[in-house]
Design a protein around this ligand. Structure first.
Ligand code: MN
Length: 204
């Protein structure tokens, strides 16, 4: 199990076929203001790849091809944000997508704790640290703690996906989850186009 740090793009051929877990770290939570600093990706077989971007240098053809590959399911937690940032900086829609946060909301209706930490603790019995979440991801040198944090955000998404698929099936909510996932690029586009908070389905 190794965490690899790459500059500017993913090397070709490092990922096995199949679903990939994806997360991103940015300078903040405003996709208009805050740049993409790091993108984490894993094929679920034990290694995590971190791709770091210098300001303004988002020409990453290998990574973009993986993210846009219609044959590869992208697993993300709160995909709405990552998809908006990926689209803004890398110019691709990371679809098809499975959002573990949406799935959690559709099946873990007995709690309002849908953060990744709480989801992994309950479904897998795994503890991850969120200590480095609010740190300087644009720094010239990432600390070991930052790299470990970034990697741990994608490390367990394949296993969580497996649990959530089964729970969605059990509760008869697979179809509504899929419809939500299919809507995600539109939701992200609304965020980027200036309707971040508005519920366009609401009466008022
Ligand atoms: Mn993260």
């Amino acid at each position: 199990m190794t965490v690899y740090l790459h500059e500017g793009d993913l090397p070709a051929g490092v990922l096995a076929p199949g679903p990939v877990a994806v997360d991103s770290e940015t300078m903040g939570l405003n996709p208009h203001r805050d740049r993409l600093c790091l993108l984490q990706i894993s094929d679920g077989r034990g290694d995590e790849h971190l791709v770091r971007f210098a300001p303004g240098e988002y020409d990453a053809p290998v990574l973009k091809a993986v993210l846009a590959d219609p044959e590869r399911l992208k697993l993300m937690h709160f995909a709405r944000f990552d998809m908006a940032v990926i689209h803004r900086f890398l110019g691709v829609w990371a679809t098809p997508v499975f959002c573990t946060k949406i799935a959690s909301k559709l099946v873990r209706t007995y709690t309002d704790r849908h953060g990744l930490k709480d989801l992994l603790k309950e479904t897998l019995g795994v503890e991850i640290s969120k200590q480095q979440q609010s740190s300087d991801w644009g720094a010239g040198e990432l600390s070991d703690a930052q790299k470990e944090y970034a990697a741990s955000d994608v490390r367990y998404l394949h296993r969580a996906h497996g649990v959530l698929v089964e729970r969605l099936r059990r509760e008869g909510r697979t179809h509504i989850a899929q419809a939500c996932f299919d809507f995600l690029p539109t939701r992200a586009e609304l965020d980027l186009a200036g309707w971040p908070e508005a519920d366009i389905f609401a009466h008022l």
